[in-house]
Design a protein around this ligand. Structure first.
Ligand SMILES: *Cc1c(COP(=O)(O)O)cnc(C)c1O
Length: 380
């Protein structure tokens, strides 16, 4: 099955046997009747498993070309589950230009449990090798990175992980499975904030994992059930519905992303435009190799790097809504230094390029000309 078919039918092997409903019903239930102790139909308690969540988890595995999927209450809950594969004393090598909440989870929660993190630039993925010790258990890659849109070569990162027998996990939130399938490139775990493109309509907070390996899946299912940060059935239904249009939405995100990135690149007041589809993007070649398109996430800075001017631009936008988050059908704009990345110390964030004038756009699927006109009036 090709991707566009999987987005609609993937994992949904049987139509509801009771009434033939085309969409999996929302099983809003905590428990399931048993004919005799242990005599159930595969479901006994909805933390352990729920039929609506089960349908979504199969769909997630399908679009990522994995064998097992898991849905959690948020993207961070999914990352939290991955980190719980580790023990005190273990080391993680992570991308340095990282979603702020992931950085906070690693440094403010898991460091206190004795896990050590090394945050490094990974644009040259062979270099990861230099940081591996006998304590390293996990390599955490985010690509494209948030918000600098750096691209990390997943195949090369996987080669390092395989060589040292450590796990490679990829945060695939920005690209989605439509544009990039990390498991096919050698990653062990692919993670999503389904809050973003998978849900796609800015109405659900959720996280997912997908893996190929059964033994690894069993460990993660154990953690999912034992820690309990599961996604609810109503939210699973909404993300299942979102997945059915993922491919058409992503096509339009890519088209509009291109139009906006090209407009900004030619604007006299704009200093840098970070979008992996631009030929002058430092990792354009890797992006071309491992992605099927360049997506709708764009960051840019203004000449003079003025904090107040950047604030003014995001306030002046009309169609782009000033808001955190990304990946919905509507366009959003954010100012990372004061919003999503406010939890990262200034010196730390500036090292990775999150300067005062940086603006991040989540380009939606409205008319591309309208989006450009909105930017034009806001930037001046
Ligand atoms: C939003 C986001 C997360 C966290 O997901 P939540 O659903 O907000 O918990 C992790 N990684 C990336 C790249 C994100 O954009």
């Amino acid at each position: 099955m090709k991707f566009n078919t999987k987005a609609i039918h993937g994992g949904l092997k049987e139509i509801d046997p009771a009434y033939g409903s085309v969409m999996p019903p929302i099983y809003q239930t905590t428990t399931y009747s048993q004919s005799t102790p242990g005599g159930h139909k595969g479901f006994e308690y909805s933390r352990s498993a729920n039929p609506t969540r089960d349908a979504l988890e199969r769909a997630i595995a399908s679009i990522e070309n994995g064998n097992h999927g898991m849905a959690f209450g948020s993207g961070l809950a999914a990352i939290d589950a991955v980190l719980k594969l580790l023990k005190s004393g273990d080391e993680v090598i992570s991308t340095n230009d990282l979603y702020g909440g992931t950085y906070r989870l690693f440094t403010s929660i898991f460091e206190d449990f004795g896990i050590k993190f090394k945050f490094i630039g990974m644009e040259n993925a062979e270099k990861i090798d230099e940081y591996v010790t006998d304590k390293t258990k996990l390599i955490w890659v985010e690509t494209p990175t948030n918000p600098m849109m750096n691209i990390i070569d997943i195949k090369k990162a996987a080669a390092v992980a395989k060589k040292h027998n450590v796990l490679l996990a990829v945060d695939n939130t920005f690209a989605t499975a439509y544009l990039q399938r990390p498991l096919d490139l050698g990653a062990d775990i692919v993670m999503h904030s389904a809050t973003k493109y998978l849900g796609g309509h800015s109405d659900v907070v959720m996280g997912t994992l997908a893996v190929k390996d059964k033994e690894l899946a069993d460990k993660l299912y154990f953690i999912q059930n034992a820690s309990g940060a599961i996604a609810g059935p109503q939210d699973c239904f909404l993300v299942l519905r979102g997945l059915k249009t993922l491919h058409v939405r992503m096509q339009r995100h890519c088209e509009n992303g291109k139009q906006v990135a090209e407009y900004l690149s030619n604007h006299p007041k704009i200093e840098n435009v970070y979008w992996p589809g631009l030929k002058n993007h430092p990792n354009h070649d890797i992006a071309k190799k491992q992605m099927d398109g360049f997506g709708g996430m764009i960051s840019f800075t203004t000449k003079g790097n003025n904090y107040e001017e950047a604030i003014k631009i995001v306030e002046n936008l009309n169609i782009f809504t000033l808001a955190e988050s990304l990946g919905g059908v509507e366009s959003l704009a954010g100012h990372p230094a004061s919003m999503t990345h406010a939890s990262i110390p200034k010196a730390e964030r500036e090292k990775t390029g999150v300067v005062d004038s940086l603006i991040r756009l989540s380009v939606g699927i409205e008319d591309g000309d309208d989006l450009v006109a909105d930017l034009k009036q806001a930037i001046g």
